[in-house]
Design a protein around this ligand. Structure first.
Ligand code: CDP
Length: 208
């Protein structure tokens, strides 16, 4: 079984995808971490984020066994990830890795922006997780400040709007729900309630 989970920043897709992976015993890939790690490489190597060939080379050179989790989770890494994610060369460089992960025997679960539309248009289950902008900005702001990052809520709200717009408006693999995705709005749901709804969607599909 292949499960695709997409949605915007801090919608809850990562939490839901990890819970589904544990529940159904599937390997899980957070595809955003690949774009974030590429963004960090671009920042650290002083690469011009408009230089498509150089950014694509940074994506190809990624060692996914050596991704620095703390470093890729900053707001700066997220913002840079979204900038280099508009580049087709970067998306192409990361495509095969994601596709191979999805096609491993027994299935897999992937989360991102284009899993149900581009990476796994053939997924057995597609979920599109959303929540209103202010709720998402607040969730991410709480996460980042708990980790000691100095960012104001107003700044986070601004970044959320900017990232949503850039991710949804890029011509290559824009963030959007696949036509056959089940939409799940987590704005007023607890984590447990959101996970329970996602589990119900997967179980329904398994029975069908
Ligand atoms: O966790 P958060 O929602 O902040 O984002 P993420 O999943 O870590 O992804 C960071 C950025 O990578 C996104 O804003 C997208 O621009 C890009 N991305 C993408 O283009 N396609 C994906 N499949 C996953 C992430």
């Amino acid at each position: 079984m292949i499960i695709a989970v997409d949605g915007p920043l801090a919608s809850g897709k990562g939490t839901i995808a990890r819970a589904l992976a544990a529940r159904f015993g599937l390997p899980y890939l957070d595809t955003g971490s690949l774009y974030r790690a590429t963004g960090v490489a671009v920042l650290e190597q002083g690469i011009d984020p408009c230089d498509e060939a150089a950014c694509a080379a940074a994506a190809r050179a990624l060692d996914i066994t050596a991704i620095d989790e703390a470093r890729i989770r900053t707001a700066e890494a997220g913002a840079m990830a979204s900038r280099i994610a508009v580049l087709t060369g970067v998306r192409t460089a990361l495509y095969e890795l994601q596709r191979n992960f999805a096609l491993q025997p027994g299935g897999a679960i992937l989360d991102g922006r284009d899993i149900g539309t581009v990476i796994c248009p053939d997924a057995d289950v597609k979920l599109y997780i959303m929540a209103d902008t202010e709720t998402r900005a607040r969730r991410r702001w709480e996460e980042l400040t708990a980790r000691g990052e100095a960012i104001s809520y107003a700044e986070m709200l601004e970044q959320t709007r900017e990232r949503d717009r850039r991710d949804a408006e890029r011509p290559d693999a824009p963030m959007r729900a696949a036509d056959d995705a089940t939409l799940l709005d987590t704005s007023s749901l607890s984590i447990d309630a959101a996970v329970a709804q996602a589990v119900a969607v997967v179980e329904k599909r398994q029975k069908a």
